[in-house]
Design a protein around this ligand. Sequence first.
Ligand code: DNO
Ligand code: MN
Length: 357
Amino acid sequence: MKLTFRWFGENHDPVPLSYIRQIPCVDGVVTTLMDMPAGELWPTEEIDRLHRVVTEAGLKTEVIESVNIHEDIKLGAPGRDEKIEAYIKTMQRLANIGIKVICYNFMPVLDWARSHLYYSLPDGSETMYFSRDFILSTTPEELAKRYAEQCGGLALPGWEPERMVHVKEIIKRYDGVTQEQYWENAAYFINAIIPWAEKLDIKMAIHPDDPPWPLFGLPRLINSRESIKRFLDINPSPYHGITLCTGSLGADPKNDVPAIAKEFASRVHFAHVRNLKQLSNGDFYESAHPTACGSLDMYAILRALHDAGFDGYIRPDHGRMVWGEKGRPGYGLYDRAMGVAYIAGVWEALEREKTNK
Ligand code: DNO
Ligand code: MN
């Protein structure tokens, strides 16, 4: 298992690489080119610069999260072939700097959504919260405005203000797109890119939908054991895999995350390890990482991966804001660093138990 930490790039992340370097057991960052609109070919110079900056900070960069997918691909629209071609070219360029895993998602229009970005917990920390009633009573435009006001200039992935200006029209394009068509569009994309992933030795790892149920009447793909199975069955290649995001799947109490980890371990290339507290009515908030703090059995999840001989990448996922830190919601330094220490501790115990040392 290789422990990593997400970093959004110099202009998009208040956490410096020099601080990430000091987190024990972390030797690499998971990063991206935040300014690249979905569907565009990533310039070689930008890729090389990103690689150089990370390497000079003494860290590795072997995982990209995310290379985003253009809506034309998700919609199966006429422009999709050229967007897929650009996607493959970007993969080729990423292979040149030694990228081993690409995390992406197939969520229509928007990335993860929460009602509150800074919800106060009794211990004085702040965290992200999902209130089902609130989301049902709002619109993507209103939510985008709320995020822009609260994030102090740091755009949330998938909610970039310049894109959100057109969100109504983008959502309108999904009128009449059935769940089945959405699956066909995903299969078309997968079958086009996986032969390239094999040639380039890049493992593709889809991120589940977050939250794992439909939002704003849009289709959903990956949110349960059954949908993961169906998705992996699209193509038998080991290069076609998943990001096991425990918090995304775990927001639905019907999902048995340790069982999912166990069943699909050989196709898990990347794990987002985080905990959350399930509340009534589909509400939840994101808790600190340890089992004792939330509803998920983090030990059982890590154990399932360990038992399967997991040697992919892990990162802590969203953390709370603690000790007065201000920054990108979910991606402060302190709570995620505590997440790393926790994951590393559980993993060491699992290793030593196995080898009896
Ligand atoms: C949520 C986060 C997401 C994720 C992207 C992947 O759990 O990990 O922001 O990074 O959806 O494409
Ligand atoms: Mn995640």
